[in-house]
Ligand binder design. Structure first.
Ligand SMILES: [Zn+2]
Length: 359
C-alpha cells in the first residue's frame, strides 16, 4: 500500500526534507512563505494571470501550492515538519475525511444563476462518479463549506477539520467555462475539500517530473515541495500526468518558460483541465472507501458508471430526475469511529440530493 506511486490522499502531511535540522533562517523563510499564502495580498486573479498567463487560474491564486487555504493548525504542523521537530512516524493530522462521506455546504448568495448551475453540476458530477454526497447546510450543522466568490482566485480548505467549523471554497466570479468557473477547476477545488493534495507533491514525483528551478519565481520554490512518504497514502494507484490535480508546465514561472517537465511521455496531458480522469475518481473512491473501490476490478470507475447507469434507467422509469443519492447508505463503508463523527451529524441522517435552485 505504501510502495507504489501516488501520494495524494491526505492522511497526514509533512514537507519532505533531509534528515538534517534546518537553519533558523530557512525555517523563518518557510514560515514567511506559509503566512504569505494565508494573507490576502489584495491582488485580483486577473492581475496574477497577467504575470503568468500560461499557468492555470488555480495555480495563480496566491495560496499554498497555488490554491490550498491552510488553517492555523495546518500551517503550524507544516512548519514543525519542515523544521524537523514534529514526530515523523505518526499520522500527525487527524482524519480529514468528511464524516459519512457527506460534504455540507452553503452559499453566501452572491452568485448568478448560471454560476450556481456550474457549481452544482460539478457537485453532481462528483456524486455520479463517487460515493461522496453533498447536502445543503441546515441550522443543525456546525461544520460546513462556505462557497464564496472573492476575486482573488480559486482556492479551498484542505480536508475536513473538526476544530474549525467553517471550511472555505472560493471561486472568483466568472462566466461558466472561464477562469475559476472551468468545470475541472471547480472539481479540483472540491477535491481539496475532500482531503487531496496535488499530484506533483507525491514523494516519488522526481521519478516523473523534472523541475526547472531556474525558471521559478524567487521565493516560490516551496510550491514544489514534496510530501513525506510515510505519512501519505498512494492508494495503490499510479502517478498520473493527466490528473486534474497535477500542475501544468508553467506553474510559478518567472519568465514564461516551463518550471516542470514530464520525464516520460505525457501525451500533452500534464496539467490538462478538459476532464477529470478515471483515476481521479478512483482515488476519491478509495480514499473514502466507497463500495468496490478496493475490489480487484481493474477499473472500478467503470463499475460505478455501470451501477449508476442502472440506477439512472430505473430513475427515469420511475419518473425521477436525480439518481445520485440512490446509493444505499449501508453500502458505504464507515471507517470513522463513531466518536469521530461531528456531534451535529444526526445518526439517522440521509444525504440529500443536490438540487439546482434559483438564488
Ligand atoms: Zn489545487
Amino acid at each position: 500500500m505504501w510502495s507504489a506511486l501516488v501520494v495524494l490522499s491526505l492522511v497526514g502531511c509533512a514537507v519532505a526534507g533531509p534528515p538534517v535540522t534546518r537553519s533558523r533562517k530557512d525555517i523563518e523563510a518557510f514560515r514567511a512563505y506559509l503566512e504569505r499564502s494565508r494573507t490576502d495580498d489584495g491582488l485580483r486573479l486577473e492581475s496574477r494571470m497577467l504575470a503568468n498567463p500560461k499557468a492555470s487560474a488555480w495555480e495563480n491564486s496566491g495560496k499554498f501550492q497555488g490554491d490550498i487555504l491552510l488553517n492555523d493548525k495546518q500551517a503550524e504542523l507544516l512548519e514543525q515538519q519542515y523544521a524537523g521537530v514534529a514526530a515523523r512516524n505518526a499520522y500527525i493530522w487527524p482524519n480529514t475525511k468528511w464524516p459519512r462521506n457527506t460534504v455540507v455546504y452553503d452559499f453566501n448568495n452572491e452568485f448568478t444563476h448560471a454560476q450556481i448551475i456550474a457549481i452544482h453540476s460539478a457537485m453532481l458530477e462528483i456524486e455520479e462518479h463517487t460515493c461522496i454526497r453533498f447536502r445543503r447546510k441546515t441550522i443543525l450543522d456546525r461544520h460546513y463549506v462556505r462557497i464564496t466568490g472573492k476575486p482573488d482566485g480559486c482556492y479551498a480548505s484542505l480536508g475536513y477539520w473538526k476544530d474549525i467549523p467553517v471550511h472555505i471554497l472560493n471561486l472568483g466570479k466568472a462566466e461558466p467555462g472561464e477562469g475559476c468557473f472551468i468545470n475541472s477547476i471547480i472539481i479540483h477545488e472540491w477535491f481539496h475539500i475532500l482531503g487531496f493534495l496535488h499530484m506533483h507533491s507525491t514523494y516519488n514525483r522526481d521519478d516523473y517530473v523534472h523541475l526547472l528551478w531556474e525558471n521559478m519565481k524567487p521565493g516560490y520554490e516551496y510550491e514544489f515541495e514534496r510530501f513525506e512518504y510515510d505519512v501519505a497514502d498512494n492508494l495503490d494507484l499510479p502517478y498520473e500526468y493527466a490528473s486534474v490535480m497535477h500542475y501544468d508546465r508553467f506553474a510559478f514561472s518567472k519568465n514564461g518558460r516551463p518550471t516542470m517537465l514530464p520525464i516520460h511521455t505525457d501525451y500533452g496531458l500534464m496539467g490538462q483541465l478538459d476532464y477529470v480522469t478515471g483515476w481521479d475518481w478512483h482515488r476519491v473512491n478509495r480514499h473514502y472507501n466507497c463500495p468496490h473501490a478496493w475490489s480487484s476490478e481493474e477499473h472500478s470507475d467503470e463499475s460505478y458508471e455501470h451501477e449508476y447507469k442502472v440506477e439512472e434507467n430505473a430513475a427515469v422509469e420511475d419518473g425521477q430526475e436525480d439518481l445520485a443519492d440512490d446509493l444505499p447508505q449501508e453500502e458505504v463503508v464507515e471507517d470513522l469511529p463513531q466518536e469521530e463523527l461531528a456531534p451535529d451529524t444526526p445518526q439517522d441522517f440521509v444525504a440529500e440530493k443536490v438540487s439546482v435552485v434559483d438564488n
